[in-house]
Ligand binder design. Structure first.
Ligand code: ADQ
Length: 478
C-alpha cells in the first residue's frame, strides 16, 4: 500500500485498529478448516462504530502455526483485515505466558500470583515489535492508529520510533493497578515507556488513569499534572494525554433483540424448563478467576441452606464460556468451580431439580439475550473487572424495566450503574443479605432502579465511547 498524505477530515480518515485478536477466527474441522466471524469481545464492541469510516484491523487470528484450507480473508464487510501470524512458541510465551500468566493477574490486583519469566517478556517484546512493524508498513502518512489492550503495551513507543508522523491512541480494557502492585513488575519501566509512545492513553475508569499517572511519577520520575504528562524526547518534550473512557455496548441492538418474538418465546421456554420458579438468578462470564463465580455460588448456596432464600422459589443458571484453557490457573479455576457446583447440587438439589444449572459453553447472541430476558436477577461479582459488559447487556435487554443487577463494587461498570445492588464480593455475609433484599424488593423499587440503569447504558453506549476516544485523539491534531 502506498504511503500518501491524508488531508481528509478526521471522521473520514482511514483508521487502523490494532488488537491482539482479529475479528475472525480459524476453526479447524479436521478437514479443510474455515474462517468465521469471532463472537463477542472487542469485535462486537467496535464493529457498529467502525461501519461508517474506512478502517483496517491488524491482529492475530488466535491460531498458532500453519492453517489448512482457505487463506485468511482480507476483508470483513468492508473492514480490511491484516493478520499477524504467530508460531506456537510465540503464542505460548507471549500470549499464554506473559500476557495471561503475568500481566492479567498483576493488573487484576494480584487475585492470583503473577508468574514473571524472562523468556516470556522477550517473546512479548518481539511480538509487540512484529505488530509495530506491520502498522508502520501499512499506515498512511499522518494516519490515526488505535492500539488495544494489555497484550500490546510496547507497541505505541515502538511505532512512534518507526513512524513519528502517526497519531497514536492506546486503550487499556482491563484495570491499571495501584503503583504498589505495578511496581512488582521487573519490566515496569519498559511498559510505562511503551505506553507513553501514544498521544492519548485511555482507561476504563478515573482510578485507572490516576494509577497510571502515579506510576509515571514514582517509577519514571515524571511530573504528571491534571490529565497530561510531559515526556522528554529529541525535540524537547511531548505531552501525552491520559483519561477515562468507559466502554459501552450497542444498547439498541440488545434491546431490539430482546423484543423479538422468537427471543421472548425462548425466554419463556428457559423458565419453564428450569422448573417455573418465581425467581431465576443468572451468572454469565468467561470462566476466569477474576469474575468471582465461586463467590456467588457460595453465597447463593449458603442462602438456600440457611433458608435466607426459599428453595421452592428460586433457582440459578451459571453460564461460563471456556477461556484460556492452556493456562494452568484456568484449568484450576474450572476444576474448582465444577467441584463446587457438584457439591452444592449434591447437598441441596433434588432429582430433576438441581440448585444450580451450570453450562460450560459459548452460547449464541440470541440464546444469551433470551437468558437475560428470562432472568429476574443478574449476579455480577468480579473480584476485579475493567468494565464488565455483561451487566450492561442485561440492562439493555430489560425492555419492560423489570429485573435487578447485583454488581461488584470492583467493576468499572459500577461507575455507570450506581442504581444496581452494589456488593463487596469478598463479603459473603453481605452478599447473602443483598440476595435476600433483592428477592424481597418491591416491583416499583426495581422498576425505578432499572429505568435509571437503562438511561445510563443507552447514553454511554459504544458509539459514544468510540466517538469520544477518537475525537479526543484526533482533536489534538493541527
Ligand atoms: P471480558 O473479561 O471478556 O472483557 P466482559 O466485559 O463481561 O468481560 O465481556 C464478555 C463478553 O462475552 C460479553 O459481551 C458477553 O456477552 C460475552 N459472553 C459472555 N459469556 C458468554 C457465553 N457463554 N456465550 C457467548 N458470549 C458470552 C474484557 C475486560 C472487561 C471489559 C471488556 C471490554 O476484562 O472488563 O468490559 O474487555 O472492554
Amino acid at each position: 500500500m502506498a504511503i500518501t498524505q491524508d488531508s481528509t477530515p478526521p471522521e473520514d480518515r482511514h483508521l487502523i485498529v490494532v488488537a491482539n485478536r482479529l475479528p475472525l477466527e480459524y476453526v479447524s474441522d479436521g478437514g479443510g478448516g474455515t474462517w468465521r466471524r469471532a463472537p463477542g469481545g472487542l469485535v462486537s464492541a467496535l464493529e457498529p462504530a467502525l461501519a461508517g469510516r474506512p478502517a483496517t484491523w491488524i491482529g492475530w487470528s488466535g491460531h498458532a502455526g500453519d492453517t489448512t484450507g482457505p487463506a485468511l480473508p482480507n476483508d470483513l464487510d468492508g473492514l480490511r483485515i491484516v493478520g499477524i501470524p504467530l508460531n506456537p512458541d510465540q503464542a505460548e510465551l507471549f500470549y499464554e505466558g506473559f500476557a495471561n500468566g503475568a500481566l492479567w493477574p498483576l493488573y487484576h490486583d494480584v487475585v492470583v500470583t503473577p508468574a514473571f519469566h524472562r523468556p516470556e517478556f522477550v517473546a512479548y517484546r518481539d511480538v509487540n515489535a512484529l505488530f509495530a512493524a506491520k502498522v508502520a508498513e501499512l499506515a498512511p502518512v499522518g494516519g490515526t492508529i488505535w492500539i488495544h489492550d494489555y497484550q500490546l503495551q510496547l507497541v505505541p513507543s515502538m511505532l512512534r520510533d518507526l513512524r513519528p508522523d502517526l497519531t497514536i491512541g492506546f486503550f487499556l480494557h482491563i484495570p491499571f493497578p495501584p503503583v504498589e502492585l505495578f511496581a512488582q513488575l521487573p519490566w515496569r519501566r519498559q511498559l510505562l515507556e511503551g505506553l507513553l509512545g501514544a498521544d492519548l492513553v485511555g482507561f476504563q475508569t478515573k482510578l485507572g488513569a490516576h494509577n497510571f499517572l502515579a506510576a509515571t511519577r514514582r517509577i519514571l520520575g515524571l511530573d504528571p499534572g491534571g490529565d497530561r504528562v510531559d515526556v522528554p524526547d529529541e525535540e524537547g518534550r511531548r505531552s501525552v494525554r491520559v483519561g477515562a473512557f468507559p466502554i459501552g455496548i450497542d444498547a439498541e441492538s440488545f434491546s431490539r433483540l430482546a423484543d423479538e418474538p422468537a427471543v421472548r418465546a425462548r425466554a419463556e421456554q428457559i423458565r419453564a424448563e428450569m422448573g417455573g420458579f418465581r425467581l431465576l438468578f443468572l451468572g454469565v462470564d468467561r470462566l476466569d478467576y477474576t469474575k468471582g463465580i465461586d463467590v456467588r455460588l457460595r453465597a447463593f448456596s449458603e442462602a438456600l441452606a440457611e433458608g435466607i432464600l426459599d428453595a421452592s422459589e428460586v433457582t440459578m443458571l451459571q453460564v461460563a464460556i471456556p477461556s484460556r484453557e492452556n493456562v494452568d490457573q484456568y484449568q484450576h479455576i474450572r476444576d474448582d468451580i465444577e467441584l463446587l457446583v457438584g457439591r452444592i447440587n449434591g447437598d441441596l438439589g433434588r432429582v430433576g431439580d438441581p440448585a444450580i444449572h451450570y453450562l460450560h459453553q459459548s452460547v449464541s447472541r440470541e440464546e444469551l439475550v433470551a437468558m437475560y430476558v428470562a432472568a429476574d436477577v443478574l449476579l455480577v461479582t468480579p473480584l476485579k473487572d475493567g468494565m464488565n459488559l455483561v451487566a450492561k447487556e442485561y440492562v439493555a435487554a430489560r425492555t419492560d424495566d423489570t429485573g435487578a443487577v447485583v454488581l461488584s463494587e470492583f467493576t468499572g461498570a459500577v461507575e455507570q450503574l450506581r442504581e444496581a445492588f452494589v456488593v463487596n464480593p469478598y463479603d459473603i455475609e453481605g452478599l447473602k443479605r443483598t440476595l435476600a433484599m433483592v428477592a424481597g424488593a418491591a416491583p416499583e423499587e426495581l422498576a425505578r432502579r432499572m429505568q435509571v440503569l437503562r438511561a445510563n447504558v443507552f447514553e454511554d453506549d459504544v458509539d459514544r465511547w468510540v466517538r469520544t476516544f477518537l475525537a479526543t485523539l484526533e482533536g489534538s491534531l493541527p
